[in-house]
Design a protein around this ligand. Structure first.
Ligand SMILES: C[S@@+](CC[C@H](N)C(=O)[O-])C[C@H]1O[C@@H](n2cnc3c(N)ncnc32)[C@H](O)[C@@H]1O
Length: 384
């Protein structure tokens, strides 16, 4: 047979040729199972390294990506005040995971570590890593959650306790996504947009717009006990004087209709379930001016979940810890946006793994008076 650019088509016993259901003649490798077993250990190896300041200690010693590593485990252990043989085992595991450089028993940062794992790396995820999976206990009780249809200890009972460290940890990454989103959304071309950020966390989206538009103002909402994070981050970024902080439940706080140019729903729909998410989208529509834009960021699952593994697993994170949280699909979200009356939908990926829909409220036909707000779909009674 002539050579083919698609070697799998040279085989005859493949699902593409013989159809499904399909099973191989030879037994499959066990590597997918081992990869899952290793997942728990890998996570804790990285969390322990961050906890001890391994990556920062290496960068302080002049260990730079691309330069042959010079630091031994014994050197590093002395600096960190930890057991050398134990640290060596950890460093070797980090090297195996592709998170450190190891050459001849010496260690240094590789590109990934320098960019994502040092505290002041250009895209640092160092505070995100430990909090990203949510409460670890809920993962060890996942089977019970699925049997019972609700988590054993839903974070809804004490949302501020759960969300405060989460939004502190995710802030840097989401701020990068929100800032990069301007390349596609061009909010910086607006003169003095008024922004509403619902469930803002550290308000990364509002901060990105406020920094790009010196005359922009923002209303920032989150729960009591979390909104303090936004008060701090907006002050650190020098935009707090253009923010009004409105604590409370985003389903029930007072919001002026048709008063905003940009509404943000950043990673709140996935925690709300379909009914809550639709109510939030209807609220966003109601408070936007005609031609105002909604930015709805989340981890959207593709039509086949295996095409979007990251989003599928991030949806599970919410299912493991919240009463209403579920993975949400891109198609479902697009339907909700259209049903609420939005148009010009776009799905963007400003940085890897971070997605957002942008959608526009239609222009009001000439001569038509402002509409009375549509009644959002009824939802469960909420307590915060
Ligand atoms: C996953 S965080 C997202 C934070 C931020 N929007 C972002 O994109 O990084 C979800 C946020 O929604 C807030 N939140 C959850 N339920 C809320 C409610 N009922 N009312 C107001 N805020 C709420 C949480 O406190 C948390 O800050």
């Amino acid at each position: 047979m002539a050579d083919s650019p698609y070697p799998e088509l040279k085989k005859s016993h493949v699902p593409e040729r013989v159809g499904r259901p399909w099973t191989d003649h030879k037994p499959p490798p066990s590597s997918p199972v081992w990869a899952v077993i290793g997942g728990l250990g890998s996570f804790h190896v990285l969390v322990a390294a961050l906890d001890m300041g391994v990556f920062d200690a290496l960068s302080n010693r002049g260990a730079n990506p691309g330069i042959p590593p010079e630091v031994t485990a014994a050197d590093l252990a002395e600096g960190l005040g930890v057991s050398a043989p134990h640290l060596e085992a950890l460093l070797d595991s980090l090297a195996v995971l592709g998170l450190l450089e190891r050459v001849g028993g010496r260690y240094g940062l590789n590109d990934t570590a320098a960019r994502y794992l040092t505290t002041d790396g250009p895209a640092s995820m160092s505070s995100l890593v430990p909090v990203a999976p949510g409460p670890l206990d809920n993962w060890s009780r996942l089977a019970d959650t699925i049997r019972a249809g609700r988590p054993a200890e839903p974070i809804d009972d004490d949302p501020a306790e759960f969300y405060r460290p989460l939004v502190e940890g995710t802030f840097t990454t989401i701020l990068r996504a929100a800032t990069r989103a301007d390349l596609q959304v061009r909010y910086s071309a607006m003169t003095a947009p008024r922004v509403l950020d619902l469930g803002a966390g550290g308000a990364p989206w509002a901060i990105a717009v406020l920094k790009a538009c010196p005359e922009a103002t923002a209303v920032i909402n989150d729960l009591d006990g979390v909104i303090e994070v936004a008060q701090r981050t907006t002050a650190e970024h020098g935009v707090a004087d253009r923010c009004e902080f409105r604590p409370g439940d985003f389903h029930t706080i007072e919001i002026e209709p048709e008063a905003y140019d940009i509404a943000v729903l950043g990673h709140v729909c996935r925690t709300e379930g379909p009914e809550g998410a639709q109510r939030l989208i209807a609220r966003a529509h109601e408070i936007l001016r005609p031609e105002g834009r909604l930015l709805l960021a989340d981890y959207f699952v593709a039509p086949e979940p295996q095409w979007s593994p990251h989003s599928t697993l991030m949806g599970m994170t919410m299912m493991a810890s919240t009463t209403n949280g579920f993975p949400i699909t891109a198609a479902q979200t697009a339907n909700w946006l259209q049903e609420a009356g939005f148009e010009h939908l776009r799905l963007i990926e400003p940085i890897g793994h971070q997605y957002a829909y942008t959608a526009t409220k239609p222009r009001r036909p000439t001569g038509q008076a402002p509409t009375t707000p549509k009644e959002p779909p009824p939802g469960p009674a909420r307590s915060t």
